[in-house]
Write a protein that binds this ligand. Structure first.
Ligand SMILES: [Zn+2]
Length: 87
């Protein structure tokens, strides 16, 4: 992925050219390209949202695994799986 982007064109269809003086320009509109920030706010929001979804899931998995190790009888662990899947 390129570190430069054109703010005017769709990122999916834009292609980059180097002007005769060495400046990177957009191949579609001819405007100079902007440098991408390393961490854009959208990515940070995405990561926060993903971790908010994943954190309770990980906690649940840890609890289920703890219950599995406590219950040594195989028939009990089978009913536990049915209980957790029902939720
Ligand atoms: Zn452009």
């Amino acid at each position: 992925m390129s570190r430069y982007y054109c703010p005017f064109c769709s990122s999916r269809y834009q292609f980059h050219k180097t002007r005769s003086d060495g400046v990177l320009i957009c191949g579609q509109c001819g405007d100079p390209l902007l440098k991408k920030p390393l961490l854009n706010s959208r990515r940070i929001i995405g990561l926060v949202a993903a971790s908010a979804f994943l954190a309770p899931l990980l906690v649940m998995i840890i609890f289920v695994l703890n219950d599995f190790t406590k219950e040594s009888l195989p028939k009990n662990s089978e009913s536990l799986v049915l209980l957790t899947m029902d939720k």
